[in-house]
Design a protein around this ligand. Sequence first.
Ligand SMILES: O=C(O)c1cc(=O)[nH]c(=O)n1[C@@H]1O[C@H](COP(=O)(O)O)[C@@H](O)[C@H]1O
Length: 232
Amino acid sequence: MTDKSIVVALDYDNKNDALTFIDKLDPEMCRLKIGKEMFTLFGPDLVKDIHSRNFDLFLDLKFHDIPNTVAKAVAAAADLGVWMTNVHASGGLAMMQAAKKALIPFGDDAPLLIAVTVLTSMSDEDLVLLGINVPAFEHVLRLAKLTHQAGLDGVVCSAQEAKLLKSSFGQDFTLVTPGIRPAGSDAGDQHRVMTPPQAIAAGSDYLVIGRPITQAADPLAALKAIYQSLHV
Ligand SMILES: O=C(O)c1cc(=O)[nH]c(=O)n1[C@@H]1O[C@H](COP(=O)(O)O)[C@@H](O)[C@H]1O
């Protein structure tokens, strides 16, 4: 577990609401993530707004395209100075290798590059509909193996697979786990979920948490409660 293992997913459709919330947060207590909604609405300016407030930012655009296109997109993310960015592992080995190669010129300033395995919203039954007739954890393991082979820093998976992946690929293989739900909170569209303390105990390095914080009546109190549950 790192000191700042909580990554708050800022899935807001209003920039002022997001910045008002961020201004209440301490960058020593969490990192932040923006994804497809906020980046499409507010673009690189929002990245600058967040960086000016001294937060580490995960740019979650889950690139999935031909190797040349993904390599250029990942380099563009690195140009923004983000802490972490991601691609879909199902884009394949050549795509991930091209993405990794595109970061070489950035040296130590390159963002962490991770690959999404099986989305945490997907169940075993959802995979069957895609023609994938193995349990989610097995498909996650396959995609993580490919990601490891491509030399990426780690994967996005559910905390339910964390123990298996740490034992397969070692402690240095970074595990970023969404689908985090404090006990008693609504799972919503997430299927493969765990509570924050369970996820850390299973080996997650970073917990991506959105609605349990941002949709809470008091988001700051919700974040602090989760933080405290990890530091008892
Ligand atoms: O890459 C991601 O961040 C991601 C991968 C995944 O498998 N599942 C997943 O939920 N996410 C993101 O993590 C966040 C989870 O948000 P909540 O379900 O509101 O906690 C969302 O911003 C998702 O886009």
